[in-house]
Design a protein around this ligand. Structure first.
Ligand code: IMP
Ligand code: MG
Length: 172
């Protein structure tokens, strides 16, 4: 067990999810929206987010991994689950747990473009802005965070700690 330093409590997390869901519901009023969650990390955030929306949406997941059990991006993305619904001419909102270098999203935005959606935007629970290397900007994000390694609320370190309801910094 590593030492875990509390960073975001349940209440703080949920309040922002509600706020971001309200913006998304406003922005996509009267349009067809598909949420695409990036497994595994985003499933907790996406399940809270979609239940706070006040518009109908379709959902799908793709599974991408780049990290193995290390704490910095390998830059090499593996897709182990592809899209299973048709997104042609629909508005896509990618739902991600955390954007770090941006390499994962740069790859995934490119992958999704090939299916000819009407638009692609990005919603991330956490944005590690100062670590960005790829040309990726989030359209919606709940919290901008510093460069430490975070776990909980879906985020893992070598598959551990995803189940924690709050977000912690891992002391390595
Ligand atoms: P990027 O390609 O460097 O932007 O990395 C994005 C992916 O790395 C995310 O989808 C996460 O799965 C993982 N990741 C980046 N930072 C963290 C962190 O602090 N904790 C847990 N996972 C992270
Ligand atoms: Mg992820």
């Amino acid at each position: 067990m590593h030492e875990l330093i509390p960073v975001l409590t349940k209440d703080v997390i949920y309040a922002k999810v509600v706020e971001v869901a309200r913006k998304i519901s406003d922005d996509y009023r009267d349009s067809q929206l598909v949420l695409i969650g990036i497994l595994k990390g985003a499933f907790v955030f996406m399940s809270d987010l979609m239940r706070c929306l006040t518009i109908p949406v379709e959902i799908d997941f793709i599974c991408a991994s780049s990290y193995g059990s290390d704490t910095s991006s390998s830059g090499k993305i593996n897709l182990t689950k592809e899209l299973s619904i048709d997104i042609k001419s629909k508005n896509v909102l990618i739902v991600e747990d955390i954007v770090d270098t941006g390499k994962t999203l740069a790859y995934l935005v490119n992958y999704l473009k090939a299916f000819d959606p009407k638009s692609i935007k990005i919603c991330a629970m956490l944005d590690k802005l100062e670590r960005r290397e790829a040309d990726i900007k989030t359209d919606y994000s709940c919290h901008v965070v510093k460069s430490g390694f975070l776990v909980g609320y879906g985020l893992d370190y070598a598959e551990k700690y995803r189940y924690l309801p709050e977000i912690y910094q891992l002391k390595l």
